[in-house]
Write a protein that binds this ligand. Structure first.
Ligand code: 1PR
Length: 527
C-alpha cells in the first residue's frame, strides 16, 4: 500500500516513515498540491506551532487540495498538530478563516495545575468501534506530547478521550478521516499496530459507538546513553563516576550506541536519551557518526529519542555560521524528537536573568518557536555547595538538607556547571530551570554530579527544589542503583520521569525489573 506523507518541514518525520515502512507501506512524500489529490491514503504528522503550520500550508498551496481530499471522505490520518489542523482555529493564535475547518471546534491550551506540556504515556478511553484501533488492548498506552488539545463541537466525532487532570478528546474520526493527538510512530508496539491498521484496512469507517475505559498517565523510565569517541576513535557508550568517564586512563567502553538503544527499547524503556558528552568541545554537525546513530536507531526504536551535546550556534573552520536552530534541525531530520541543551542554556539564562529581557535569539527561544516547547529539554548539571546558613548564599535557592556537609553544614545550594561539569557558574539549578521555562523550554533533565554513578539513589532534595518551582515536567537523573530508587523518587517527589544509565549498561538492573517493581508499588507505568 502506498502511503502519502505530508511533511511541512517541522520536526521528526523520519520515525513515521520508518514505522510505515516497517509495517509494509511504501512512502510517497507530498511535493506538489497535486500529490495530495493523488494520494490513496494520506498521513499528516505535525509538531510545533499551529499558526506557523497553517501559514506554511497556505504558502505551499496545500489548503485547498487538503479540503477537497477530506470532503471527499478519503483515508486521512492526522497526527498531533496534523490532527489539530483539521479544526477551525487555535487559541495559540486565532486564524479562523485560514484554518482547514473540516471539524467544528477549536484547539485550546490545557487549563490545569499539572505540568504543561502533557508529556508521556497515557491511556485512551475508546468511544467508537473503529478498525483503526483493532487489536488495541484496553490497558494500552500511547505517547503524548502537547500543550494544546482539541475541543470538538460535535461529540459524535470523538474516537477516544484521555484524562490529564480532566478528560479531553485525544482522537477523532468521521468516516475515513481520523486523527490522533498521540504519536503512534512513538508509541512502541501499540502505535505500530495502529499504523498497520491504517495502512492495511480496506474499510476504515467506525461501526458505531462503544465505551471502553483505558488507564492513566504513566511515570516514565528513561535509559540514557552518554556517547563519545574512545581513544581509538570509535563511538562508544560510556559512563562516568561523577562525570569522570576514564578508568585506568582509558574511556570506559560499555557498548555500541545503536544496539544498546535497541536493547533498552525491547526491554520497555519509555524513552532513549543520547548525550554527546564531548559536544561542548566538538561541533556536532562535523560529528557525522552521531547523526548516523540517530538515523540507525530510529529504524527500529519507536519511542521518543532525545539528543543532547553541542546544541548551540557555531562558526566552523571555513567561516560558515550555523545557528542553534540549524544544528537542531539536522538532529530532528535524523530522527530526534527532542534536543537537550546543557551549557548554552546556562549562558542564555544568565543573560536573561541579568537583563530581564527575552531577545528571541537564544537557542531555547528559536527552537521552541519552530518545533514547540516539548522539543526543548534543558539538561542541568549541578553540584552541591554546602553552606552554614541561607545568608551565606543570599543570591541562591538554599535548602535545609537532611544530610550534613563535610564540616557539619546544614544547608546547601545546587550550583550549575557548564562543559560537562568542568566549569562552575554563579547560578543555581532552581534559577536556571525557572529562567529556561520562561524562555520556552518544555522539560528539565535534572542531573546531579554528586550522585552520578554512585548507585546511592536520586537526590530527592534537588528534585523537589526544582520540581516545586517550575510547571514543566522534570526528569530525575543520576544515582539510580536499584529498583527501589525509582519508586522512592516517584513517591517522594513530583518528578514525571526518572533516568538511569550505569545500572542498565552494567546489566545490574534491566528496565523491565524497574517497571515491574513500580507496578508492584502501585505506580502507574507502561508495561
Ligand atoms: O553542554 O549542551 O554540550 O551538553 C552536554 C551534555 O553532556 C549535558 O547534557 C551533560 O549532562 C552531558 N555530559 C557532559 N559530560 C558528561 C560526563 O559524564 N562527563 N554526562 C556528561 C552527563 C549524566 C547523566 C547520566 C546520569 C545517570 N551524564 O546523563 O546519564 O547521571 O547516570 P547513573 O544512572 O549512572 O548515575 P552541552
Amino acid at each position: 500500500m502506498k502511503i502519502t506523507v505530508l511533511d511541512y518541514g517541522a520536526g521528526n518525520v523520519r520515525s513515521l516513515i520508518n514505522a510505515v515502512e516497517k509495517m509494509g507501506g511504501t512512502i510517497k512524500m507530498v511535493e506538489t498540491p497535486r500529490d495530495i489529490l493523488d494520494a490513496e491514503k494520506l498521513i499528516f504528522p505535525g509538531v510545533g506551532n499551529y499558526a506557523s503550520m497553517i501559514k506554511i500550508l497556505h504558502e505551499r498551496n496545500f489548503v485547498e487540495p487538503l479540503r477537497e481530499y477530506l470532503n471527499a471522505d478519503r483515508p486521512f490520518l492526522g497526527i498531533c498538530v496534523g490532527m489539530q489542523a483539521l479544526f477551525e482555529g487555535s487559541e495559540e493564535e486565532i486564524i479562523a478563516k485560514e484554518s482547514i475547518g473540516f471539524f467544528k471546534g477549536r484547539v485550546e491550551r490545557f487549563k490545569t495545575g499539572l505540568s504543561v506540556p502533557h508529556i508521556g504515556w497515557n491511556g485512551i478511553n475508546i468511544k467508537q468501534d473503529s478498525p483503526l484501533l483493532a487489536g488495541v488492548a484496553p490497558d494500552t498506552k500511547f505517547y503524548f506530547v502537547h500543550s494544546y488539545h482539541i475541543v470538538p463541537e460535535d461529540p459524535s466525532v470523538i474516537l477516544a478521550t484521555t484524562t490529564y487532570d480532566y478528560p479531553y478528546a485525544s482522537a477523532v474520526q468521521q468516516g475515513n478521516v481520523m486523527g490522533t493527538q498521540f504519536h503512534p510512530e512513538k508509541s512502541g508496539r501499540a502505535g505500530m499496530q495502529l499504523l498497520e491498521n491504517f495502512i492495511t484496512a480496506r474499510d476504515l469507517r467506525a461501526k458505531g459507538p462503544v465505551d471502553i475505559p483505558g488507564r492513566g498517565l504513566s511515570k516514565r523510565v528513561i535509559a540514557c546513553l552518554d556517547v563519545r569517541s574512545n581513544d581509538n576513535g570509535d563511538l562508544v557508550v560510556t559512563k562516568g563516576d561523577q562525570y569522570d568517564v576514564r578508568e585506568e586512563g582509558s574511556v570506559r567502553n560499555l557498548g555500541k550506541p545503536v544496539s544498546l538503544a535497541g536493547k533498552y527499547y525491547e526491554q520497555g524503556a519509555d524513552e532513549i536519551t543520547f548525550l554527546n558528552i564531548t559536544g561542548f568541545r566538538d561541533f556536532p554537525l562535523e560529528d557525522m557518526p552521531m547523526l548516523q546513530v540517530l538515523e540507525e536507531t530510529s529504524k527500529n526504536v519507536f519511542v521518543p529519542l532525545t539528543i543532547g551535546g553541542g546544541i548551540r550556534e557555531f562558526t566552523d573552520s571555513n567561516g560558515k555560521h550555523y545557528t542553534a536552530l540549524d544544528v537542531a534541525a539536522r538532529y530532528f531530520r535524523s530522527g530526534a524528537d527532542k534536543i537537550s541543551i546543557g551549557s548554552d542554556a546556562v549562558y542564555v539564562a544568565e543573560a536573561y536573568i541579568e537583563s530581564g529581557e527575552k531577545t528571541g535569539k537564544s537557542a531555547i527561544e528559536q527552537i521552541s518557536l519552530v518545533y514547540g516547547a516539548q522539543a526543548v529539554v534543558i539538561s542541568i548539571d549541578p553540584r552541591r555547595v554546602w553552606v552554614d546558613s541561607p545568608e551565606a548564599a543570599p543570591k541562591h535557592h538554599v535548602i535545609k538538607s537532611p544530610e550534613r556537609g563535610p564540616n557539619g553544614e546544614a544547608y546547601c545550594w545546587y550550583q550549575c556547571t557548564v562543559r560537562g561539569g568542568r566549569e562552575a557558574r554563579d547560578i543555581d539549578a532552581v534559577a536556571l530551570a525557572k529562567a529556561c521555562e520562561a524562555l520556552g523550554a518544555g522539560e528539565i533533565l535534572l542531573n546531579c554530579i554528586d550522585k552520578d554513578g554512585t548507585n546511592s539513589g536520586f537526590d530527592l532534595d534537588l528534585v523537589n527544589a526544582v520540581r516545586n518551582n517550575v510547571t514543566i515536567p522534570v526528569i530525575a537523573s543520576s544515582g539510580a542503583g536499584c529498583e527501589a530508587h525509582f519508586s522512592e523518587v516517584f513517591q517522594k517527589t513530583g518528578a514525571e520521569a526518572a533516568l538511569a544509565a550505569g545500572i542498565f549498561h552494567r546489566e545490574e538492573v534491566p528496565v523491565q525489573s524497574v517497571k515491574k517493581h513500580l507496578a508492584d508499588q502501585g505506580i502507574e507505568v507502561r508495561q
